[in-house]
Design a protein around this ligand. Sequence first.
Ligand SMILES: *Cc1c(COP(=O)(O)O)cnc(C)c1O
Length: 328
Amino acid sequence: MTQQHAISCADIYAARARITGGIRHTPVVDSPSLTEHLGVRVRLKLEHLQHTGSFKLRGASNAIACLGDEQKRCGVVGVSTGNHGRGLAAAARAAGVRAIVCMSELVPQNKIDGIRAHGAEVRIVGRSQDEAQSEVDRLVREEAMIELPPFDDPNVIAGQGTLGLEILEDAPDLETVVVQVSGGGLMSGVACAIKTIKPEARVIGVCMERGAGMHASLEAGRPVVVEELPTLADSLGGGIGANNRYTFPMARDLMDESILVSEAEIAAGVHHAYWQERQIVEGSGAVGIAAVLAGKVRADGSTVVLISGGNIAMDLHKRIIDGEVPEV
Ligand SMILES: *Cc1c(COP(=O)(O)O)cnc(C)c1O
């Protein structure tokens, strides 16, 4: 299975050994309300409680730990919808490495502020991830900085996979895992860990309807570019890249099912997370809960639903928990 892929489960164990000091092993907790709803035991992996508010710190920390001293002196640069930038900024600062994060105008202000607070420089370029990427390419070309991509990179995938190891350790009886999918670094890493250690478990991917790049690519049988649209799940924006190398084949081979959720369903997920689970979760973090609430996840054995991030603007969060489905 792993032979033709970017990483194997051994790479995930190696990543964990590298990053363990800087990463929080986040809790897995029972959700009585979702258990009642689905009719099988449902637990939540609370990764929005990770330092920096999302799992992206795992991949960024591993990728920076894998750099040589010469590369570290050059500094790192990456494109981001917000959370990768935050993880990259924090990981770079911890390693004493300069970082620049390039983002599109679609990125919410709270995410920009979060990245600056972790000590990285932010550049806003264009209206899509692709346009922001052109600034990354320029910095690599003209200033010899080291690119640290948000998902399509073996060291990033291995770092995200450490989350899968934790889920298996804390819920060894799981039969279904529900994971967010955007570029697919998270899915690739988590699915690699799960399918290696427990091949009979089902791995389900969830994305928003508004700009589901991996879903469209899996249907087409090759990486395709989808239009990037404003969505409550802003951290899932950006597609998988036309030149995708690693995450498309991994998602294609390891993911059992792909589910899409609407904006109203995402809002319902954030709303539920707050009122029933007492967790403040961003739209992207709540798409798994949204899929369960919408009846889109088949009840098939003990289920773990990942909450991947919590970096939501609090004024937007307040409107959602008050029952609104905000247009973004
Ligand atoms: C980045 C991100 C995702 C998706 O991760 P990919 O590796 O791009 O698929 C999901 N949830 C949150 C909160 C994120 O920041």
